[in-house]
Design a protein around this ligand. Structure first.
Ligand SMILES: Cc1ncc(COP(=O)(O)O)c(C=O)c1O
Length: 497
């Protein structure tokens, strides 16, 4: 391909761009339409065997040929999150408005690290952030920034929490002077069901994973308040220094929502930064029916919300919202080539100071296009359908005598175990072993993509019903696939209760 054909802005670029996009779109449509199963089930060895020609050949080939190869070797063997029987992870089917926005934002390649690289995009991100702060009922001086997802949002929230605490308690500027001598005593509290990125952040923040005190959960997978109070007293007795309390609005396995108002009270009493990881459950904010599940989130110091989960946007797309936008000062910086101080004084927007990234995607365009196209109520309908479907799915599991439902769904995840014949005879180890084997068999079978997780140390199965086009028939078909695989495995092992 010549340079003229490779780039837009040249006369010939227009034709090759249109041809390439048409080919790519056709390829996606054919692949998705062609696929009855959510994944091909190919093994790592089979996949590797397809890529035996050089990644960097001396001479190139026609773009259409490369697209066709990608269709055959990659898309054909990709997981298809648009398939209603693809229900393993928090991997949503990307909605078409989001796919259109993705094309617009990548083709124009705006980078949000300086106003002069992305003027309208910068202003639009600010507008979207304000709308999100309103959606979560944060006060007028709230602010936020788009992130690559929940991991980055949780990390940044805890970084700001740590630095505000060190500033207030030790008059220490961590940005310039590093951690204070008391750093080994700093503590973060979250529930035992919180996402692992809390611990990961503690590591990355130089505090170590042991700085995270995990509070036991109640029978519904929510942080247990008596245990939280005991933990706070315990830390106090040991002269340890909690600075952040993390509540989860939608735990990864069960979708449980911690008692946010009570957590907000505890955080206020002890002067802790209250962070809510709403990466999964934040989308309930658009629903008149379910937004009350998030009551208390409006009292958070920071909120992590992901659009590439229950808002149906293509990866990556998340945001961190702060109750007091002034807290971003803790990580502000100026670089002569991007955002010199004079620009701040002149009122030029400065997003790089609010982000842990420099070059940054214009991901805010995706929720913008989605909100403008569907409206709040249109989006709410999608989310609500999935929560209602999960309730019906849980009923199917509960009624079946070869499944054990492991909790009522709060959001749209249903966790259960396969058990060939109910009875007290099987040890936890045997149940774990059996369900792990069922999941392996399911991967080979290919009719449904179901996740595996561990509940109370025992391997279990999970369907995450994110897809708003999925029906109860899809759920029944997935359960049939689990049942068939389970029976095959159990028969092969002659498992009896
Ligand atoms: C509750 C929760 N928080 C954070 C994350 C991490 O988000 P991401 O994968 O977008 O970085 C996840 C991922 O599943 C999650 O479930």
């Amino acid at each position: 391909m010549s340079a003229d054909e490779c780039f837009l802005g040249t006369g010939r670029g227009e034709t090759s761009y249109r041809d390439a996009m048409d080919r790519a779109v056709e390829t996606v449509i054919e692949t998705v339409a062609d696929r009855e199963r959510p994944h091909s089930g190919a093994s790592p060895e089979e996949l590797a065997a397809q890529f035996d020609d050089p990644v960097v050949p001396e001479e190139g080939q026609r773009l259409e040929m490369t697209i066709d190869e990608v269709a055959e070797r990659v898309l054909r063997h990709s997981v298809d999150p648009s398939n209603p029987r693809c229900a393993a992870h928090l991997q949503c089917p990307p909605m078409i408005p989001g796919l259109a926005a993705e094309t617009l934002l990548t083709a124009t390649n705006q980078s949000l690290d300086s106003f002069d690289q992305a003027p309208a995009a910068t202003v639009l991100e600010e507008r979207v952030v304000t709308a999100l702060c309103d959606l979560f009922d944060l006060p007028a001086d709230a602010d936020g920034v788009f992130t690559s997802g929940g991991t980055q949002s949780n990390f940044q929230a805890l970084l700001l929490a740590r630095d505000r605490y060190c500033d207030q308690q030790f008059d220490r500027n961590v940005q310039t002077d590093g951690l204070p001598a008391a750093a080994p005593s700093l503590r973060i509290l979250c529930s035992e069901a919180a996402h692992f990125t809390g611990k990961q952040a503690a590591h990355h923040l130089g505090l170590g994973e042991r700085a995270v005190y995990t509070v036991p959960t109640d029978a519904d997978g929510r942080m247990d308040l008596d245990e939280l109070d005991a933990a706070l007293d315990d830390l106090n007795r040991r002269d340890e220094l909690p600075f952040a309390l993390v509540g989860t609005a939608g735990t990864t396995d069960f979708g449980s929502i911690d008692p946010l108002p009570a957590l907000a009270d505890r955080a206020a009493d002890r002067d802790l930064w209250f962070h809510v990881d709403a990466a999964y459950g934040g989308a309930l904010a658009v629903s008149d029916e379910f937004s009350d599940h998030l009551a208390g989130i409006e009292r958070a110091d920071s909120i992590a919300v992901d659009f590439h989960k229950l808002f149906y946007q293509p990866i990556s797309c998340g945001a961190l919202l702060l109750r007091d936008g002034a807290d971003f000062r803790l990580m502000a910086r100026n670089a002569a080539y991007l955002n010199p101080e004079a620009h701040d004084e002149g009122g030029i927007p400065n997003l790089v100071s609010k982000s842990v990234q420099t070059t940054r995607r214009f991901d805010a365009l995706k929720p913008y296009v989605a909100f403008r196209t569907l409206g709040r109520t249109g989006l709410a309908e999608l989310v609500e359908h999935t929560l209602e479907l999960a309730d019906d799915a849980a009923a199917l599991v509960r009624e079946a005598d070869d499944f054990k439902l492991l909790g009522e769904p709060t959001l749209n995840a249903v966790v259960f175990r396969y058990r060939p014949r109910p009875g007290p005879g099987m040890s936890d180890e045997a149940v774990s072993d059996l369900n792990a084997a069922v999941r392996r068999e399911l991967l080979d079978d290919g009719r449904a993509l179901v996740a595996r997780t561990t509940v109370d140390g025992v391997t279990s199965l999970k369907v995450t019903l994110l897809n708003p086009t999925a029906t109860l028939e899809d759920v029944a078909a997935m359960l049939d696939a689990v049942r068939d695989c389970g029976d095959r495995v159990a028969d092969a092992r002659e498992v009896t209760a």
